[in-house]
Write a protein that binds this ligand. Sequence first.
Ligand code: B16
Ligand code: MG
Length: 213
Amino acid sequence: MRYQAIIFDLDGVICRTDQYHYLAWKQVADELGIPFDEQVNERLRGVSRMASFDIILERYDGTMSDEEKIHWTDKKNEIYKSMLTQMGPDDMLEGVADTLHKLRAMGLDLAIGSSSRNTKFILGQLGLSDFFDAISDGTNITRSKPDPEVFVKAAEFLNRAPAECLVVEDAEAGLQAATAGGMDSAAFGEIAIRSGLGTWNLERFSDLIGIVA
Ligand code: B16
Ligand code: MG
């Protein structure tokens, strides 16, 4: 087989939490009087919570202390987490459940590499708590994508060399992180494919089967 392990990003690859991120940030931005739209939101894909807020604050007319920043990011997370409680196994993206089981049957190691500190909660909502062989997420990294740390840690948890791993990503920052970590990547979703940064492009999630075989 071409790869021995696959490391999946979570938001935008396994499920769509991006609309909840957007709605929660929008509430915070509105309260602070900061202009915030889908275009700014695109820049937050794959980026950590605090780094996302720093991008939103580029349009803030004032200064903010570190304590205030923690207050507003905590508030965003409370709003976001209350939205996540509506999620269930049906919120996996099309073809994901079936493809994951086929990849497992092929004997591949399967891991998550997500910037989110809510990864385990989201996997629980999707009914995937015990599915993956390793989880590397926002709770075990100090540097956000495009730094490769989250994927390097995932490969370490699996005991795999970077060259044995394929990363699946919907964010430019995530594709850059994979390359920086010495890993091939599969771009998923319109924006990632258009960036031309992936080793492969996935039209459908199930295309992964042919790529790894
Ligand atoms: P949290 P991914 C990322 O998830 C999201 O794409 C990004 O928008 C979010 O800011 C980041 O997680 C942190 O999320 O606030 O839950 O810790 O795409 O890396 O799975
Ligand atoms: Mg993502």
